[in-house]
Design a protein around this ligand. Structure first.
Ligand SMILES: *Cc1c(COP(=O)(O)O)cnc(C)c1O
Length: 431
């Protein structure tokens, strides 16, 4: 496969950007080699600068649930852009997207639009602290919540710990208000609540943790979190930046039937343009300025072009059977590749939920916490990733990342991918 153009572009990019990229995982450091510079996307396909064609399962890390260059989304953007790009004043488009969301989601009453998932989480944490008058936030090892200072924290040693910063530049004083516990361990949560009684503003969790493998939690566990939060007047914050509009229109809250106190969204909501959102009850949202005293603002918040893209995309997601069709394709892919692996005796699983899948080199029935992931198995992913690129299949360049199926993936795409993955696995396990 030719890589000349991508290699040239990457050499240039390294002069301009740290690591040659504007977001670290794009640099291909965990799989090695040169990142592909993408020229074009259409439907399930992307083309790189060397004109190689791939079936794309990264889908911009989740936002593109309709695939690339969806005609409805594109036309909505083009129409909106003809009236100007930004006003810093309210527009009708914000009302339209809000109405579309709120009339189809019973878990939130009022919302605010922001411009990224990180911004949504950052704002929601401030809101939880402002609403409860408490400072501490409890998070889980293995969940990602964007690059918010207080969330760039990893567990120390021990079951319940103040985290240690996972990034330089995050002061220890920030980290001291973040408590980190393992996933799938309710005793650790109880212990944290005993230790920090009346101090925890919010428990933040990806209800479907999908940023460090796919660490599916049980419904019972999520319900237990709900109960503990209610008993302690702590807000339960579902970070649904991936799961929102992905597990169903009502995201994981709807999927599990659990009412969180605050929900954050991003990715799919913007139809491929930068939109984030946080939402809660009217009572909690009344704390946000200008109604309340928790300040939060944004020059480009509710941007009309981004709103138009979001409206077009979410309208498609409301079609009958939209989510079940995605799930059927996902299950077909995962089951077929797992069958092949099982018949050959490979330690290999494709964990999945709705239209999210994760490739894991394990024979465990479930992986529910970050410490169960075998770091050494990532060398196998590296081989798999490179073999798949050679056969025209593009996965996100890290074994800790999940894959996404879009509406645009056809049955033929899935069949082609099954063949390519089985072949690639044979190579991986022949080494
Ligand atoms: C992607 C993601 C974020 C961060 O969103 P950005 O738009 O990248 O800032 C936050 N939380 C979760 C769960 C995510 O998946």
């Amino acid at each position: 496969m030719k890589r000349d153009k991508s290699e040239q572009l990457f050499e240039k990019a390294k002069q301009y950007f740290p690591g040659g990229v504007n977001s670290p995982v794009r640099a291909f450091r965990s799989v090695g080699g040169t990142p592909l510079f993408i020229q074009k996307g259409d439907g399930s396909r992307i083309w790189d600068a060397d004109e190689n064609e791939f079936i794309d399962f990264c889908c911009s890390w989740g936002p593109l649930i309709l695939g690339h260059n969806n005609s409805k989304v594109r036309e909505a953007i083009v129409t909106a852009v003809q009236n100007g790009t930004s006003f810093g004043a309210p527009t009708q488009k914000e009302n339209e997207l809000a109405e579309l969301i709120l009339s189809n989601n019973k878990f939130i009453e009022k919302i605010r639009f922001v411009s990224s998932g990180t911004e949504a989480v950052m704002s929601a944490i401030r809101l939880a602290r402002g609403f409860t008058g408490r400072n501490k936030i409890l998070k889980f090892e293995g969940c990602y919540h964007g690059h918010v200072d207080s969330m760039l924290v990893k567990a120390g040693s021990g079951l319940v710990t103040f985290g240690t910063s996972s990034s330089a530049g995050v002061p220890e004083s920030f980290v001291n208000d973040t408590i980190v516990v393992p996933l799938n361990n309710i005793e650790a949560v109880k212990k944290a609540f005993e230790e920090f009684e009346n101090q925890i503003a919010a428990v933040i969790i990806e209800p479907v943790p999908a940023n460090n493998g796919l660490l599916l939690q049980t419904k019972k566990y999520l319900q237990q979190l709900r109960t503990i939060c209610s008993e302690n007047k702590t807000l339960l914050h579902f970070d649904e930046v991936i799961s929102g509009f992905r597990l169903g229109f009502e995201g994981a809250a709807g999927y599990y039937g659990i009412q969180p106190d605050i929900i954050t969204y991003g990715k799919i909501i913007g139809g491929g343009l930068p939109v984030g959102m946080y939402g809660a009850s009217k009572e909690i949202m009344a704390k946000i300025s200008p109604d309340g005293d928790v300040y939060q603002a944004g020059t480009l918040s509710g941007n009309p072009v981004a709103m138009a893209a979001g409206i077009a995309q979410l309208t498609e997601c409301l079609k009958a059977d939209f989510y079940s069709l995605l799930e059927t394709k996902t299950k077909k892919l995962c089951a077929a590749v797992e069958d092949h692996a099982r018949s050959k005796g490979y330690k290999f699983r494709m964990f999945n939920i709705a239209s999210i899948f994760w490739i894991a080199f394990t024979d465990q029935e479930n992986i529910r916490s970050a410490d169960e992931i075998d770091a050494a198995s990532m060398s196998k992913f590296r081989v798999l990733h490179s073999e798949l690129l050679e056969s025209g299949i593009y996965l996100g360049p890290s074994g800790y990342e999940v894959g996404f199926i879009s509406e645009a993936h056809t049955d033929t795409d899935i069949d082609k991918t099954i063949v390519a993955m089985c072949k690639a696995l044979d190579k991986v396990f022949a080494q």
